[in-house]
Ligand binder design. Structure first.
Ligand code: OXD
Ligand code: MN
Length: 594
């Protein structure tokens, strides 16, 4: 059999023949290489230097105004059998998809440099990590991949030693939305993306590899590739436990991953450690626990709303060596976005004189790209080859009504249903209407590389003898009162909810059994020092049985939409809860020592 490097060389030659670049550059990931590339981009205008005194090593990239977000309607899963992609994906026959994009790739790199970017998703020495190579004609993509992945010589050595890697081909093409496609070929471990330079469409290691192709690989190899942050919570006794949490785009994953404990918790000795803010790969270990790595090496975070109050760790980490995309700038060339309490914009994200009548200074989906280590709460365990053991999995969404602040699933299968039923109001991270409720199972609707029904079956399969699975919870920071105001303060105060969750994991926290799961009583949560009225806390934790009956009916309909492949186990779970809602009164269960 040909070695991986032979097959890589052959692929690079084939791509060069098709795309006709002026030159080919194999990236080694060195600091000299990135320095030169950055100088070239500053000279060409691909990057704009920012204030070197306040923001050393930072630069700004302005994307094409029609290329500012992921494009789900142009994103395809191309499997031989349409049902393998499922109703949750756009599908195209692989032969047709290759023909369609190859026609666009023909000659696409004329006059440009073709970069060959070997990368590793996850610590170089981790058995959970997987490698890929992205071929791109965008130096901006190369610079981002260098921050977001372990890119260069070490990844190439691992590829040489392994027998497969994910092939990602990218060109910005003409940046024409009519000639834009993000194609995935999971059976070939291949991606072809053309016509966009935007993060999620162009940094192929992230959504395309680590989630869409990764989820496919994970199913065939017995692990999970999830749209989850990973955070470590250290209690005053010095024990750190790890939580993985899935929220749809722009629901505060980055904020939760970098949470600053409230003052009283800090004083008592609580600490928060960041492992990852977007993607989590989890695999059962020999001990039966799920062990997780963050496959990424950086954060590609949403800038607007990032401030001292909302996410001081994020603000601190982006003061140096950061690539900003589509933010505004101040008169002295500092980056600026809506929600930043200091400074005034003079130019907007398109480089026009800032005029509030023309819209915000920063695009709502403007971003920062920064190395993970720059985060003050970065955990050295993010580099651990074996990963970290996961004690709890949290699902959540933006639900202004109905869904309580937190509840616990009775068992794994119930937890899988809770994840499958997740929903949220849409945000600006993808193009489309904002503020509409859409079901987003496990926050993977845009990212699962195969049929959701098969994905739920895969999740259920982890519940087997010997497994020591994490408990599963659902949170909702976004419930509103009758006055339209949020009932829960959110941000650092969310640690109070995490404390309850960890207390449930070790049997020290109480809960009340309800038809939808285990909900804390008011006395089970530490609300000390919070300005929250008893009426508001009752509303936050309350369950409106009638409204939940409609919700369960809607969930049942949603599951039925996946047809015959939907696991019966999940449908049974839905039916049991619907029946319990119609009959069961709430009862209180107390922790053994609580
Ligand atoms: C992201 C997203 O960019 O989920 O992380 O949209
Ligand atoms: Mn994401």
């Amino acid at each position: 059999m040909a070695s991986s490097l032979e097959s890589l060389n052959r692929w690079v030659e084939d791509v060069a023949r098709l795309t006709e670049p002026a030159q080919i550059h194999w990236c080694n990931g060195s600091s000299g290489e990135i320095r030169l590339l950055t100088e070239q981009m500053l000279a060409s205008g691909d990057l704009i230097a920012l204030n070197e005194e306040t923001h050393p090593g930072c630069s700004l990239h302005r994307s094409s105004p029609t290329d500012v977000a992921r494009v789900e309607h142009l994103t395809y899963i191309c499997t031989r059998n349409r049902d393998d992609a499922g109703p949750n994906n756009h599908w195209m026959d692989p032969a047709e998809a290759h023909a369609k994009v190859d026609a666009l790739f023909a000659g696409a790199m004329r006059g440009r440099t073709m970069y060959v970017v070997p990368y590793c998703m996850g610590p170089i020495d981790s058995p959970i990590s997987r490698c890929g190579v992205e071929i791109t004609d965008s130096p901006y993509v190369v610079a981002n991949m260098r921050i977001m992945t372990r890119m260069g010589a070490a990844a190439l050595s691992r590829i040489e030693a392994e027998d497969s890697f994910v092939k990602g081909l990218h060109s910005t093409g003409e940046l024409d939305p009519d000639k834009r496609f993000i194609m995935h070929f999971p059976e070939e471990l291949a991606i072809k993306s053309i016509g966009s330079g935007y993060g999620g469409n162009a940094l192929l290691g992230k959504k395309c590899h680590a989630l869409r192709i990764g989820s496919w690989q994970a199913r065939s190899e017995g692990w999970l590739a999830e749209h989850m942050l990973i955070v470590g919570i250290e209690n005053p006794q010095g024990e750190t436990r790890y939580i993985a949490a899935a929220f749809p785009s722009a629901c505060g994953k980055t904020n939760l991953a970098m949470l600053i404990p409230p003052e009283s918790y800090r004083e008592a000795g609580w600490k928060v450690w960041t492992i990852g803010d977007d993607i989590c790969w989890m695999k059962p270990g020999a001990d039966g626990q799920l062990w997780a790595i963050n496959p990424e090496a950086g954060y590609f975070g949403v800038a607007p709303g990032t401030d001292h109050k909302t996410n001081p760790n994020a603000l601190a980490m982006i003061q140096r060596d950061t690539i900003y995309t589509n933010v505004g700038i101040t008169a002295d060339n500092q980056p600026w976005w809506e929600g930043l309490s200091e400074g005034q914009p003079v130019s907007d994200w398109q480089g026009r004189a800032y005029d509030p009548a023309k819209g915000p200074a920063a695009h709502p989906n403007s971003r920062f790209t920064v190395a993970a280590q720059q985060c003050p709460s970065w955990s050295p365990q993010a580099e651990a080859a074996q990963g970290v053991p996961i004690s709890a999995i949290i699902f959540g969404g933006r639900r202004p009504s109905l869904v309580p602040l937190v509840f616990e699933a009775r068992d794994w299968a119930h937890g899988v249903l809770v994840g499958a039923a997740m929903g949220s109001e849409t945000t600006a991270a993808a193009t489309g209407a904002v503020g509409v409720l859409r079901r987003d199972s496990m926050a993977m609707k845009p990212f699962c590389g195969y049929n959701f029904a098969d994905y739920f079956t895969h999740w259920l399969s982890f519940d087997k003898p010997g497994a020591k699975l994490p408990k599963i919870f659902h949170v909702n920071w976004f419930r509103k009162g009758a006055d339209g105001k949020y009932l829960w303060p959110g941000f650092g105060e969310n640690l109070r909810v995490l404390e309850w969750i960890l207390g449930r994991c070790d049997g020290t926290a109480g809960a009340e059994e309800t038809a939808i799961g285990l909900v804390p009583g008011i006395a089970d949560l530490n609300l000390d020092g919070l300005a929250i009225t008893p009426a508001a806390s009752r509303e936050l934790l309350g369950i409106d049985e009638q409204a939940w009956q409609s919700e369960l009916a809607a969930i049942g309909k949603y599951l039925d939409g996946f047809g015959a492949r939907m696991p019966q186990r999940l449908k049974d779970e839905q039916r049991m809860i619907a029946e319990a809602l119609a009959s069961k009164p709430a009862k209180s269960i107390r922790a053994a020592n609580g």
